[in-house]
Design a protein around this ligand. Structure first.
Ligand SMILES: [Zn+2]
Length: 450
């Protein structure tokens, strides 16, 4: 593991925030770093594919024997910002080992741990690769991806299996395969009422207040229990997880994962796993209003918000967003004007039934962890999964990784990774890749005998 830790230390210290408004220099520097790491790990070919108007893609290859199956290994090197508002305990761009043994830093889990898993696969298999590896490390997963415009410059279309290492188990030590992902969409809402702000004493109570209208509109999205309450949005339970699995106290697990304060409560208790993987969720992720420190006694002429919508795995994300937009327009008070603009919509994903390579992945997990594998839907969205599936229609998809929902706190403050979980996932991934060849050889031998 010292070598893996070294890779992650360098990766975490490179602040590859891909969101608009952040400097692009560190993103390009991280692409250079990732390509150097794959060269050092022993890849046969490494190239950086520049994307006009986007961030570079790192592609690496390890050639297996002729006629060996091809496996795509996907991860992303870009990260979410670590804002001052999140109040990190220590510098987010320096990997720190906590007293609990976990490694802390922005991106250490999402998804530089996935990059490390693929680096380790190359380093461990370079002398006798059982399969051909086509490694795709994206720099735009957290923003608007352009992967589709360059995917044909890789050999993804030849894939027999695609491994996406950007996920993980509900808690450390439970081996897990992800069977569905929610879709994701976003929109902005702008409410306008006046030509300009006016005095809240002279005209308050009569002048139509844009912020009041925005608050009334947004509050109509939810029922009294806090759940989304919009007719026409899809709820689709694709996976019923094994309820016997010990996540550590049922809903208490969800309280820990979400770091719920004493006195606050969850929006779902008994059915929280279904809710996370199946249903629509709407989060107000930004408000365009004065901060209290800047507030003055005026009725606001305009106010805005940005909303993130998570959709059911099999729903049409664009159609769901249209339902939300129409609902917002219909619920804005008649004394205000409202504009709703779609920002993006990317579909969810569900695993096909069966699949012999998925079975091999399950066996590799089972043997590594020594316990049975949990198959469950995830609440997150990874648009690249659908793109890769379209690019290689005969490939089976394996979605896994070391990002445990309970503690990793990806996108939030003090993101962390359990290094033992990473070590187990490295072992499982290498065992899976080796087992594909044994399986293929078995099939060929059976065919010959026949
Ligand atoms: Zn990710």
């Amino acid at each position: 593991m010292p070598r893996v830790r070294g890779w992650l230390e360098s990766l975490v210290s490179s602040p590859s925030v891909s969101l608009p408004g952040h400097p692009t220099g560190p993103v390009h520097a991280t692409a250079d770093l990732v390509s150097a790491q794959f060269r050092e790990a022993g890849a046969d070919l490494v190239e950086i594919i520049d994307i006009p108007g986007g961030h570079p893609l790192v592609r690496a290859r390890l050639h297996g024997p002729p006629d060996a199956p091809t496996v795509v290994l996907y991860a992303h090197y870009d990260v979410q910002p670590a804002t001052e508002r999140q109040s990190w305990a220590t510098d987010p761009w320096t990997l720190r080992e906590g007293d609990d043994g976990r490694w802390y830093g922005r991106g250490v889990a999402d998804d530089k741990s996935g990059v490390a898993m693929h680096l380790a696969a190359v380093a461990l298999l370079r002398d006798a690769p059982p399969v051909s590896l086509e490694i795709i490390i994206e720099g735009e997963e957290e923003t608007c991806s352009h992967l589709g415009s360059v995917i044909d410059r890789t050999r993804a279309a030849e894939a027999d299996a695609i491994v996406v290492a950007d996920l993980g188990p509900p808690r450390v030590g439970i081996p897990a395969l992800t069977t569905s992902l929610r879709g994701v969409a976003a929109c902005t809402v702008e409410v306008r009422t006046l030509e300009h702000d006016v005095h809240s004493g002279q005209l308050g109570g009569v002048a139509p207040d844009a912020l009041q209208a925005l608050i009334m509109t947004l509050s109509s999205l939810y029922g009294p229990d806090g759940a989304v309450d919009i007719p026409g949005l899809t709820t689709d339970i694709t996976t019923t997880p094994d309820r016997g699995t010990d996540l550590g106290g049922g809903a208490a697990w969800a309280r820990r994962a979400a770091a719920v304060l004493p006195g606050a409560g969850l929006l779902a208790e008994a059915d929280f796993l279904d809710r996370l993987s199946s249903g629509p969720a709407i989060t107000v992720i930004g408000l365009d209003v004065p901060r209290p420190a800047e507030a003055s006694n005026v009725v606001l002429a305009r106010a805005g918000a940005k909303l993130s919508l998570r959709t059911a795995p099999r729903a049409d994300a664009g159609a769901e967003l249209a339902v939300l937009a129409e609902f917002l327009r219909s619920r804005c008070p008649s004394w205000a004007t409202v504009t709703v603009d779609a920002v993006r919509a990317a579909p969810g994903w569900t695993a096909r039934r069966g699949g012999r390579l998925r079975d091999l992945a399950r066996v590799a997990l089972e043997e590594t962890y020594g316990s049975s594998v949990l198959e469950l839907g995830s609440g997150v969205s990874i648009p690249a999964v659908r793109l890769l599936e379209r690019t290689a229609p005969r490939a089976e998809l394996i979605l896994w990784g070391p990002q445990d929902t309970e503690r990793a706190n990806i996108h939030g403050a003090d993101e962390s990774l359990n290094p033992d979980e990473l070590a187990r996932m490295i072992t499982a991934q290498v065992a899976f890749l080796a087992s594909i060849t044994r399986h293929e050889a078995g099939i060929r031998a059976t065919r010959k005998e026949a």
